[in-house]
Design a binder for this molecule. Structure first.
Ligand SMILES: Nc1ncnc2c1ncn2[C@@H]1O[C@H](COP(=O)(O)OP(=O)(O)OP(=O)(O)O)[C@@H](O)[C@H]1O
Ligand SMILES: [Mg+2]
Length: 257
């Protein structure tokens, strides 16, 4: 493992750290964007595993897949979520987005002062102080707030403020239906949050003109860090997980989907 600069950390995802001058700044809120099946969940599970391995405390909040499914995805790659869960450094937790939306509504009508609600009881489990939080996904949360964009926004602002206060680094998954939507402010896909984020990592589904499919990855933005802004190839490899090839820039004719 390479030596780390203070206040920045390596992900230990093969090839990925080479896209950074020093590492991921601690405390950043980072969007992980991409289309369906582009590898967002797996990328974050791989991160969670690697960071637990280094002794960090990780909370993986899933609004989509069940905990046992996440655990079995991890085990399929030879990772050991149960070891970290027993040690108390990993928490995989599934939440129901509709419950969250409902309790935010209840809190808001009780408080009547929208900016002062404390989202702690709604989201981060009490007594678990994570260094890293992954949220899978903002898109699921946003859809539970459907028609209540303003409420979703208040909720997101509270969430970001809470993460910031605790210097928690967060990886927030956002599904984009179209590469042109990446980093943009699109309602109902959690778009209201892109201006709040410190970083954006994008995963692409690529189709070459000969019909071959590939995966691409890019660090589009990272406050406080010098990044290599190129779209490079990535693969999901059996028993290894996410592998990034920083020297393999996309070439020839291709489409991003
Ligand atoms: N052992 C493996 N070897 C190669 N590829 C794999 C392996 N296991 C899973 N995959 C691939 O990983 C991808 C799963 O990605 P993942 O579920 O992380 O995507 P996602 O972006 O979270 O999708 P969604 O938008 O549906 O949530 C699948 O396309 C699957 O083909
Ligand atoms: Mg997913």
């Amino acid at each position: 493992m390479e030596k780390e600069t203070k206040g920045k950390f390596k992900t230990d995802i093969r090839g990925f750290d080479e896209l950074f001058q020093e590492g991921v700044p601690e405390g950043n809120s980072i969007l992980v964007e991409g289309g369906p099946g582009s590898g967002k969940t797996l990328f974050c599970l791989h991160l969670a595993n690697n960071l637990c391995k280094k002794g960090k405390k990780v909370l993986y909040m899933s609004f989509e897949e069940r905990e046992d499914r996440l655990r079995s995805h991890m085990k399929a790659f030879g990772w050991t979520p149960e070891v970290y869960e027993r040690k108390g450094t990993l928490m995989l937790r599934r939440f129901n987005a509709l419950d969250v939306a409902r309790s935010v509504e209840a809190l808001l009508s009780e408080a009547k002062r929208e900016l002062l609600i404390d989202i702690q009881p709604v989201l981060i489990p009490k007594g678990f102080d994570p260094d890293i939080v992954c949220i899978d996904s903002l898109s699921s949360i946003a859809s539970a707030f459907s028609g209540e964009e303003a409420r979703f926004r208040v909720y997101m602002e509270q969430l970001f403020r809470n993460l910031e206060k605790n210097n928690t680094t967060s990886f927030l998954i956002r599904e984009t239906c179209n590469p042109a939507h990446i980093g943009l402010n699109i309602s109902d896909t959690g778009g209201a949050v892109s201006f709040l984020s410190d970083g954006i990592i994008v995963l692409y589904n690529i189709v070459y003109s000969n019909g071959t499919r590939a995966r691409g990855i890019e660090v589009l933005k990272m406050r406080g860090e010098d990044i290599d802004r190129r779209i490079v190839e990535a693969k999901i490899v059996d028993k290894k997980g996410f592998v990034v090839y920083p020297d393999m820039q996309l070439e020839g004719e291709y489409k991003m989907t």
